[in-house]
Design a protein around this ligand. Structure first.
Ligand code: SF4
Length: 345
């Protein structure tokens, strides 16, 4: 269980070119002082936990938590720690920027029950970071991650696809490096053009072109594959559907889809079966029967049966997907009907 407290733009040293949490997150501090708002949210969640009996981590998302004034961070963490001590929360997690994890900040955090830190890394390419105006380079990320890992905190890495200056190769290199530096989990967001951002101005002037939905999905499918291979979960792909994001004009352009992560998983199945089929002899009249774990059936079929249609068109096979109780993970087995071949991969 995670009990999130959203603090849009709180502590941010400046507004990043692509970011406007006022149009991407509908809940958060709505005017009361930050400390009072957090106290109120903690008390609300504590009440919920007492009645549900389901403790969980308290999470401070949005903004740059460790760039808030030090006294305020300590006040918030002390309040959360008291609930952790009482068994209401199991620990604290928060998101922050890599350049806001200086040694003195880490030292201060070490006396509180921090469990997980999510770094808004966005890219591990110096040129992309520079063109995106992030204000730090990859080396700063590496230093911050070392400090986090040394404390034994779990490390979440947030990456973005389609930032200014980014391309497929640089993005995949960022994903690889994020895995190498010990990310315990990833979040990957395709860059959207949100109203009220510098990117929106660039887009209007024709200086920035976002990825299309199809390009973004095709880009994230191999990233998902890399992370799966490394045993590192991607806990979110694409911004969480939110009523603020759905407001007319909030997203000017870019690959927004409320079920973006599901589209990526569908594409991953499509690519996976394609790569196996490419290596197989296909016989006239073969029917492709893809067996997958029960919980993978809808992703394997694809959004509106897109994968079945794709395989039929690309390979000239009639295709179906069936759930198989003997399969538990992401494995596939398939039969090609006419030749009665049964191939496990
Ligand atoms: S991307 Fe992060 S650091 Fe930049 S403005 Fe948004 S919340 Fe703040």
């Amino acid at each position: 269980m995670i009990y999130p407290v959203f603090l849009p733009h709180a502590g941010c040293p400046f507004q990043c070119v692509y970011c406007n949490q006022r149009v991407s997150v509908s809940c958060g501090n709505q005017g009361s002082g930050l400390a009072a708002f957090v106290r109120m949210r903690l008390a609300d969640y504590a009440g919920q936990v007492r009645s549900s009996g389901r403790p969980g981590e308290i999470a401070f998302y949005g903004g740059t938590f460790t760039a808030l004034p030090c006294g305020l961070v300590e006040e918030i963490l002390s309040g959360a720690a008291a609930f952790v001590h009482d068994g209401i929360f199991t620990g604290v997690r928060f998101s922050t920027r890599p350049d806001c994890m200086a040694p003195r900040v880490v030292e201060m955090l070490a006396s509180y029950p921090v469990r997980v830190i999510e770094l808004g890394v966005q890219s591990l390419s110096d040129s992309v970071l520079e063109k995106s105006g992030r204000g730090y380079g990859a080396e700063t990320v590496f230093e911050a991650t070392k400090r986090i890992k040394r404390q034994g905190w779990d490390l979440g890495v947030q990456l973005m696809a389609g930032l200014p200056g980014d391309n497929r190769e640089l993005f995949m290199r960022s994903v690889r490096k994020a895995l190498e530096i010990g990310a315990d989990f990833l979040r990957i967001y395709p860059t959207l053009v949100l109203e009220g951002t510098a990117l929106a101005d660039s887009y209007r002037k024709g200086l920035y072109a976002p990825l299309s939905l199809d390009e973004a999905v095709a880009l994230l499918a191999p990233a998902y594959d890399l992370a799966l291979g490394a045993g590192v979960p991607i806990i979110r792909m694409g911004l969480q559907a939110d009523r603020a994001l759905e407001e007319p004009g909030a997203v000017l352009a870019g690959p927004y889809h409320p079920a973006f992560g599901s589209l990526v998983k569908c594409r991953w199945w499509q690519d996976r079966v394609d790569s196996r089929l490419a290596a197989l002899e296909k016989l006239p009249g073969d029917e492709l029967i893809v067996h997958v774990a029960q919980n993978q059936v809808s992703d394997a079929i694809g959004h509106r049966k897109s994968n079945l249609l794709h395989w039929q068109k690309k390979w000239g096979l009639s295709a179906k997907v069936v759930g198989d109780a003997d399969l538990t993970g992401m494995e596939i087995s398939w039969k090609t009907k006419s030749s009665n071949r049964d191939i496990s991969l």
